[in-house]
Design a protein around this ligand. Structure first.
Ligand code: IMP
Ligand code: MG
Length: 188
């Protein structure tokens, strides 16, 4: 029997990427990674908190030897607009020198976060650095930056779900949706 359509969360205006589309694209990304890395060992660096669901699903598509580390960057507070310069809050614990580093983030927006993090990683002399993002808001770049692997290019809408938050909420939604405008002003 077909599954009933999941109820739309009341704070979500529209679903932009369904759970099924996410899962299908994550499998494809796993195959794309395989074509590039072959059997090489990867050091995956996930940018918390937004990328943890995507990272967890992506890792399960890889049969390579994988090391996992997480870093935390702050830039947003509770706003839907990036303010100022992102800061590295929690840094690496693994040594990445001479390693193939794959940085994983939820969304590429202004480019500031990934420009900062890739710059920092490059300074540690890895064998290579590549970037995989689930979502790419191409029209929003403030610094030039392109990811090596992109799940979906999306329009300039504030989205939540599958790791992405507004004021730390909605990360647990299984699909990605546009937050209702009136929900973007409510205090946390
Ligand atoms: P950037 O530095 O502007 O590229 O911002 C990247 C970070 O901003 C992402 O890792 C997200 O945490 C956050 N972000 C950007 N756009 C959205 C969105 O539409 N929803 C939720 N978080 C977002
Ligand atoms: Mg983030």
């Amino acid at each position: 029997m077909a599954h009933p359509a999941p109820a739309l969360h009341p704070d979500i205006e529209t679903i932009l990427v369904s759970e099924e589309s996410i899962q299908r694209r994550v499998r494809e990304l796993g195959a794309e990674l395989k074509r590039v890395y072959g059997e090489e060992e990867l050091t995956v660096i996930s940018i918390m908190n937004g990328a943890i669901l995507f990272t967890a699903d992506l890792l399960r598509q890889l049969d390579n030897p994988v090391r996992l580390d997480c870093i935390r960057i702050s830039s947003y507070g509770n706003a839907t607009e990036s303010r100022g310069t992102p800061k590295l809050v929690h840094s690496l614990t693994l040594d990445v020198t001479h390693r193939h580093v794959l940085l994983v983030d939820d969304i590429l927006d202004t480019g500031k976060t990934l420009a900062l993090v890739t710059g920092m990683i490059r300074g540690l002399q890895p064998a290579s650095v590549r970037v995989c993002v689930l979502l790419d808001k191409k029209g929003r770049r403030q610094v030039p930056f392109e990811a090596d692997f992109v799940g979906f290019a999306i329009p300039d809408k504030f989205v939540v779900g599958y790791g992405l938050d507004y004021a730390e909420r909605y990360r647990n939604l299984t699909s990605i949706g546009v937050l209702k405008a009136e929900r973007q002003q409510a205090p946390a």
